[in-house]
Design a protein around this ligand. Sequence first.
Ligand SMILES: Nc1nc2c(c(=O)[nH]1)N[C@H]1C(S)=C(S)[C@@H](COP(=O)(O)OP(=O)(O)OC[C@H]3O[C@@H](n4cnc5c(=O)[nH]c(N)nc54)[C@H](O)[C@@H]3O)O[C@H]1N2
Ligand SMILES: Nc1nc2c(c(=O)[nH]1)N[C@H]1C(S)=C(S)[C@@H](COP(=O)(O)OP(=O)(O)OC[C@H]3O[C@@H](n4cnc5c(=O)[nH]c(N)nc54)[C@H](O)[C@@H]3O)O[C@H]1N2
Ligand SMILES: [Mo]
Length: 903
Amino acid sequence: MRVTVDGITVRPAQGASLLAAVRLAGAELPTLCHDDRLTPEGSCRTCLVRSGGNVVAACVTPAVDGTVVEVAGDALRALRREAVEVIVAALPPYALDGGVDDRELARVCHAMGIAPQAAQGRGGRGRDDSHPYVHLDRDLCIACGRCVRMCAEVQGTFALTLVGRGADTVVAPGTGGPWAQSDCVACGGCVDTCPTGALTEPGLPLGGGTAAPARTVTRTVTTCGYCGVGCSLEVLTREGQVAAVLPDHEGPVNRGHACVKGRFAHGFLRSPERLTRPLLRRDGRLEPVTWQEALEHVARGLRAAVAAGGPDAVAVISSARATNEENYLIQKFMRVAVGTNNIDNCSRLCHAPSAAGLTASFGLSGGTDTFDDVETADCLLLVGANPIEAHPVIGARLLQKVLRGARLVVADPRAVGLARYADVHLRPRPGTNVALFHGLAHTLWAEGLADEEFLRRRAGGLPELLALLADYPPDRVSALTGVPAEDLVAAARLYGRAERPAIIYGLGVTEHLHGTDGVRTLANLAILRGAVGTARGFGVNPLRGQNNVQGASDMGALPDVLPGYGKVTDPLARSRAEDVWGAPVPGRPGMRIPEMFAAARAGALGALWIVGEDVCATDPDATRVAEALEACPLVVCQELFLSQTARRADVVLPAASWLEKDGTFVNFDRRFQRVRPALAPPGEAMTDFAVVHALASALGVDLGCRTPAEALAECGRVTPLFAGLSHERLDREGAIAWPCPDPRGPGEARLHRERFATPDGRAHLAACPYLPPGENPDDHYPVILVTGRRWAHYNSGGMTRRTGNILLDDTDRLDLHPADAARYGLRDGHPVTVESRHGRATLTASLSDDLVPGQVFCAFHFPSSGVNTLTSDHADTVTSCPEYKVTAVRLIPGPAAAARRGE
Ligand SMILES: Nc1nc2c(c(=O)[nH]1)N[C@H]1C(S)=C(S)[C@@H](COP(=O)(O)OP(=O)(O)OC[C@H]3O[C@@H](n4cnc5c(=O)[nH]c(N)nc54)[C@H](O)[C@@H]3O)O[C@H]1N2
Ligand SMILES: Nc1nc2c(c(=O)[nH]1)N[C@H]1C(S)=C(S)[C@@H](COP(=O)(O)OP(=O)(O)OC[C@H]3O[C@@H](n4cnc5c(=O)[nH]c(N)nc54)[C@H](O)[C@@H]3O)O[C@H]1N2
Ligand SMILES: [Mo]
């Protein structure tokens, strides 16, 4: 297609607008209601051009072959200027004032020579400053609708609308009432796109998608340190403070979008509660000491532990919040300086079953495809994951996909998030996934929806699976899971008949007594359909949790594997590491997290070093965890805050956060991305990298790897998976997926295209029978408690509770069906005591139709409510991942003290 713009010929893509053609030609054409990410609206009349004899708004006029467009010319200029003058005249005088001169409107006015005095409106429509992060000045609203479209077309929350008529039209929350009480989830998209500053975040007056803030501001592009999505963020700092965090429009996963956590929840950085000095317990109290005293104390304690019980009397829980380079260094410290494999990370608590299950099925522990591919699927099977709240940027991308017509099957006991948009919503009883997946597999096979050619060429284990599936006809599965047989069949047909189906899943699959079986039997579905390792579907993809849980595991912060997943029991893998490290590597797998606690309680652990994990708040059966720490002679906790765990430690070391460190994270779809410091850590806090080095020095050990860049380079010499990666390359090229063996070759975002990474090159079907959960209700504990996440807080809440997010959500609620409320005498908004066989917690009852009777839900973001004293020590039989998703409880009206009195 050829279009001529003021005499210049350009070739825009099919379906492009005149505006796109004009931009291609490099002609100057202002816009106000336009944002490339949104459907054009043509309401501001700022982009008027002449085409085919008519004056048209370029943004809404499609380009057709041969179009001649006139942009320059005084008459057109005057028309456009008039349009802007009309808009500006209605605005209050401060609309074009100094502090706001970065906004698009101000820039357009400047370019057109419209003076600030042109703004002469009377204002008086008032502000809405009720929300902690999104403030509205109605007088600056020009009703361009960009915020409304952003909320609908990118975020998918549909929280905003335009109200009023004519010149009085203004944006407002669709629910009416103040912004703070609206459906807004504070992704910040509306603030970003607002061209006038009507919508701003408090602090820095920013607005306009391409806002160029004041010159005193420093910009740092880094990767978000909350969840595993891996959003690329641009951090603006001014005088040592974060002024704002904006989504990076080049971010490969987030593409200019973000969520309430990455975008706004940075207030914790300068919380007065931030740890700034090392603390040492003396006479029962934690007191500030110098780094030297603290490190010498730890070094003495480690030596004493080894002297008493050998190297295996020392253990570390490494942090999935920390960088790859830090995790690499910590595992090297344990293996080389201490001589033990006692290292684990919180992957144990979430996706260890994914690592085990995907490795058994396909040979590698990562998800099988890149999210960009997954998103092009025509049918999504979303299982036990709530990305709308837990991975909001992914949730938003998936939702848009569904709104554009992709079929959606959701399997989740709760009717939350994307379940509202599902073609079929399967609601299995918690803990019955394996039966559910067998039911789906049974139907795939029975209805001829399996890919027999793929199964013959590329898979193994079919006869065993078919023999097992005979026991899982829809009726029986319905009885086991509570899912109606017709829903099961409908879901199997959707997945089975789709051209390019994809499976995406979360903790609802893994955090069970048989979580690994869950992953494997879910993978069966993709194998049966030939929808993995082919172009006929997009495999099986876990939505990994923490910002760097994939990376912490990749770096070998696990008891049984070295960096790159070479087994510690494999002499070849060991010798490769030994060659690089110049030291022997112990060949016996170390302890997993629950084994560390058990060893401590048994008096067999002399020292436990905990880096960035609040085990006393987030590990299950928290009372027993506290007992373990109590019993361990030396507990070292490396933290940002005096967490529940730090309070019980003997030494507390103040750590830098993700906004204060240099390195890399690996996101949920295996992309390495750079992390860059935007600020210096407060007080004497140090990066985990520096702390490990300092501790090694205190023991007289030199770990090498002076810088994070050197650490990643060294890791690449230990394992071919990462050999092609370097900081320098990531700085140059941006995100790179592993496996990446070659510095000149690209990473492999799609796995298994030729052969699977299993020893025989085939995918392995798993014939594991359904087995019931570990926790089961009885007369005393008749209700099933499911635990999981809510959008405004993050895990222990240690960080998000110390930000404005606390104003969005200030308590741990127990969601329950009104029928259960009536049955147990509970009232909405009133305290409820939840008791399990293991502990007791006080929450606030919240009545909701999202739950079925007999099942209740809560998060664990407020440690003081004690949710993890309820959860049991039942754990996945293969990987020890806790059964967080099933706990039998009873419900008693009133707070715990009252409940006790009533006993
Ligand atoms: N806002 C926010 N985001 C987060 C986090 C956070 O704390 N807050 N944490 C991060 C971390 S560490 C992780 S691992 C991820 C987790 O992200 P998700 O895996 O999405 O999180 P969850 O809410 O724990 O669990 C997902 C769903 O599993 C469902 N479920 C429970 N039992 C079953 C079952 O038996 N079968 C099926 N099919 N479904 C079941 C629950 O109802 C729940 O909706 O989120 C990350 N992102
Ligand atoms: N009931 C229930 N419990 C659960 C779950 C559930 O679904 N239900 N989910 C589990 C899952 S999936 C996970 S991943 C765990 C998460 O549990 P945790 O890992 O314990 O939780 P977080 O709050 O993410 O972070 C832990 C601590 O790390 C600190 N921190 C942050 N960044 C850094 C850093 O760079 N360096 C250092 N040294 N410290 C840092 C924070 O201050 C915080 O106190 O919770 C688990 N617990
Ligand atoms: Mo997690």
